[in-house]
Write a protein that binds this ligand. Sequence first.
Ligand code: P5A
Length: 437
Amino acid sequence: MYLSKLFIPITKDLPAEAKIKSHQLMLRTGMIKQSSAGIYSWLPLGFKVMKKIEQIVREEQNAVGAQEMLMPTIQSSEIWKESGRYEDYGEEMLRIKDRQGREMLYGPTNEELITDIFRSSVKSYKSLPQILYHIQWKFRDEIRPRFGVMRCKEFFMKDAYSFDLSDEEAKKSYNKMFYSYLKTFNRIGLKAIPMSADTGPIGGDLSHEFIILAETGESKIYADKNIFEINLNQYEFNDTSLKKMREDFTKIYAVTDEKYKEEEFNQKVKKENQMFTKGIEVGHIFYFSDKYSKPMNCLIDDKDGKKTSVKMGSYGIGVSRLVGAIIEANYNNDVMKWPRNISPFDIVILPSISKNNRKNFEKAEKIYKELKKQNIDVLLDDVDENMSNKFKKHDLIGVPYQIIVGSKSEEDNFEFKELNSKSEILTLDKIIKKIKN
Ligand code: P5A
């Protein structure tokens, strides 16, 4: 893609409410555009990044045996009345009427709808366990939408739902998701801490939030630093090992302020290991047993032919929130550097262009064609402006690798630079190898 052809409306004027880096950067680089309070359009650059994150989330869900499906955004109020949440959910739920006057709503979450699907199709324990998920827009009429995509009204969520015969079996599903979440966040270069948490309107008595550290986060965190020492690779994908994994993580003190008690913190964590910081909740998992299946009559036959309510959990990742969270975690000294697997482009070519000298530009086009042939997603900055402005612009767009075609690039050797590092002179072959590795 040539930069001049890319729809990337870079803006300099920021609205006053854009207080945190991710919100400012996403507006400045034209990743998103606000359509009304808490509601955004995703423009090509932002959309590309979000789709890459979505794909990683999907791969890690599939890897633990979850199956993808798609439920609608609009739901009937009937099932919410059955579960008892129609009233409880309050003003955060966007309620709509269709032309027949039927009460509908824009789904803030899908526990009821998936329970309804499940009860009409699964009757026997033999079909269990099951984990189903979808990646779909949600709507919550947040009273104070803020921080751009971090807390908005319409947002993109991966939500999964597990179905098991017993509480014991259900905990195994919970552990699988726990593992899948840690793997997902690792893959996008984030250190996420699982923290025991309150369950709020979703319910149940077992729940963990996954929080990444960031000064601008809304959650206050009290934790033992040793939580970062646990290496996920030591666990195998079987029930025993995953049980041990969750125990290892939950043994170490880590809570948000809802559960924080000063005395307990001082008792359980040595002074030198105490960490108090802020973070962003990027995922949240819940085990609520028969909270929905009981009132909604989602019954299955157990081994003795006795009817029992299916045991359920639900598991969410804020896919659109992650875009902002990754920026918060990776933005440093006015430079944004995307992790390479979610960067909007693999590499950018920056030729030093002037009106009377087209040589660099021609060279850049040759490199561009060669990289394209190698299936590398490359951006060529063909805009006629000085190099220092170009560098500033690309420090914000955040593509991690650059080929600078200027005085230092000669014949088959090119100046190659990784953001936040010194440049080096390499052949195109070596550059291609580096990017593909
Ligand atoms: C779990 C899946 C649930 O809704 N039901 C289905 C459960 N959990 S949750 O914690 O309420 O949300 C899951 C994740 O979605 C993101 N999120 C948001 N992102 C942007 N704007 C919002 N207003 C918003 N609300 C929730 C968070 O990442 C959260 O962990």
